[in-house]
Ligand binder design. Structure first.
Ligand code: KE4
Length: 436
């Protein structure tokens, strides 16, 4: 593609003149991997086409929501019907109740739920609710986990357990992050020490159960079990951020997987997003009635939203959830995803490239490392330059993976065995280049 006819380039120039970085969310700008972002013109099934008409097998899936693939007929029909009935009313609708019923049916730790418009809003609201419900201010999060861009969550670790976090973003006052303690993911000893020091002040612990913002790092069962025990012991709430894993890794989400390994396991609050909106702006948080009834208009914790429970977004989410609840859906999706990472591992091995991968349901991650990292510092041992070569090598061959080594990947029900084979073949060519 010559620069003169590269519509992505000309669109990017136009965008950069009006929108910071030319994008409405930083990761889309390709700054981690370099090069020109692809401006997507349309998508269908497992594929996206950019402004130049190049087709990509899509492993981003809008960062998780498009679990059915793009343009699923049942979802499209539901959205078109809802749009004809009205875009937004600012009043309650039956479909919000239907969506609440459908989500709660699959997430037994939730007795009540509040719908919002983004994962950030859901995470921020869950933190406020935890603080309001406990009357405490301190929160514990983990290095490498991302919970949206609310001020109190944009924090990096302090100099030690006694010192609380420092903001990772300009514009976040120290006073806001002074109550946020950042610990190392999967470090049980550190978590125990933090509770020994601050247990009575901790409102909640918030974590990704499978950290998709570190590419793909699982919370170990001992770590998750101990987090649950310590929260219970000290009267803190355990908040599981399932914005990415919710309905993506299984119908019971990630908490369902941990409940199989930790008898009676359940979080106090769950944050959801992405899949439950099916690609439309919709997220949620929920938990036991006693906690959720602290929310306005019943209780003292304020939370609100003009487009919360939007009638078109709820139609999209409900149609999506009804499709993924069908028998066999996750078995096939998990098998297809596992075939992808097994194929990639085989290709890397054949070319002598250090590679490891993991998947759960329709979510996967891989690392150019000999073994799976257990925390963020281990993830960062990846050679970024080699990842960027892999990214662009795949992109040139029509395979679109996340443009950053710390992001997870997603397979949809629309990806075929042929798509997986084509992806593995493209990767084999790129691994051959990398091994030279
Ligand atoms: P949103 O505000 O972007 O809807 O959700 C924030 C969020 C909360 N919790 C988790 C576990 C998340 O992964 C996210 C958002 N994920 C990123 C991808 N890592 C969205 C992509 C983006 O920022 O553009």
């Amino acid at each position: 593609m010559t620069h003169s006819t590269d519509l992505n380039l000309s669109l990017f120039e136009r965008a950069k003149a009006l929108i910071p970085g030319g994008v409405n969310s930083p990761v889309r700008a390709f700054r981690a991997v370099g090069g020109t972002p692809r401006f997507i013109a349309r998508a269908q099934g497992a594929y996206m086409w950019d402004a130049n008409g190049q087709r990509f097998i899509d492993y981003i899936g809008s960062w998780g929501p498009m679990i059915l693939g793009h343009g699923h007929p049942a979802v499209l029909e539901a959205v078109q019907k809802a749009a004809l009935e009205g875009f937004s009313f600012g009043a309650p609708t039956e479909r919000e109740v239907e969506l609440a019923e459908e989500i709660i049916r699959h997430v037994p730790s939730m007795e009540m739920i509040r719908l919002v418009s983004s994962g950030t809003e859901a995470g921020m609201s869950a933190i406020r609710l935890a603080r309001g419900a406990t009357g405490r201010s301190k929160i514990i999060k983990f290095n490498g986990c991302y919970h949206g861009h609310a001020d109190s969550l944009l924090v990096k670790a302090g100099s030690g357990l006694a010192t609380f976090g420092h903001a990772t973003s300009a514009g976040v006052p120290a006073e806001v992050v002074q109550h946020t303690l950042v610990l190392e993911y999967n470090d049980v000893a550190q978590l125990e020490e933090a509770f020994a020091l601050h247990g009575k002040e901790v409102a909640c612990v918030i974590m990704e159960p499978i950290a998709g913002n570190m590419n793909f790092v699982r919370a170990s069962v001992p770590f998750m079990r101990r987090a649950r025990e310590l929260c219970t012991q000290h009267g803190a709430l355990l908040v599981i951020d399932e914005v990415m894993t919710g309905f993506r890794v299984g119908l019971g989400s990630a908490q369902g997987l941990y409940a199989q390994q930790i008898p009676g396991f359940a979080p106090d609050l769950t944050v959801l997003g992405k899949v439950i909106g099916g690609g439309m702006p919709l997220a949620a948080f929920g938990g036991p009635r006693a906690i959720m009834e602290q929310l306005a208009p019943l209780g003292p914790v304020y939370q609100a939203g003009t487009l919360s429970g939007n009638p078109v977004a709820t139609a999209c989410g409900l149609a999506t959830l009804r499709e993924i609840a069908k028998p066999g859906f996750y078995e096939q999706l998990a098998a297809r995803t596992r075939a992808l990472i097994d194929g990639l591992a085989g290709a890397a091995q054949a070319e002598g490239v250090a590679f490891c991968a993991d998947s759960e349901g329709g979510m996967f991650g891989f690392f150019l490392l000999p073994q799976l990292p257990q925390n963020y510092p281990e993830v960062l041992k990846t050679d970024g330059a080699r990842f960027n070569q892999l990214f662009h090598g795949l992109l040139e061959r029509g395979v679109y993976i996340a443009p950053a080594l710390y992001e997870a990947g997603f397979v949809s029900a629309a990806h075929t065995a042929q798509d997986i084979d084509a992806t593995v073949a493209a990767a084999r060519e790129v691994f051959k280049m990398l091994s030279i």
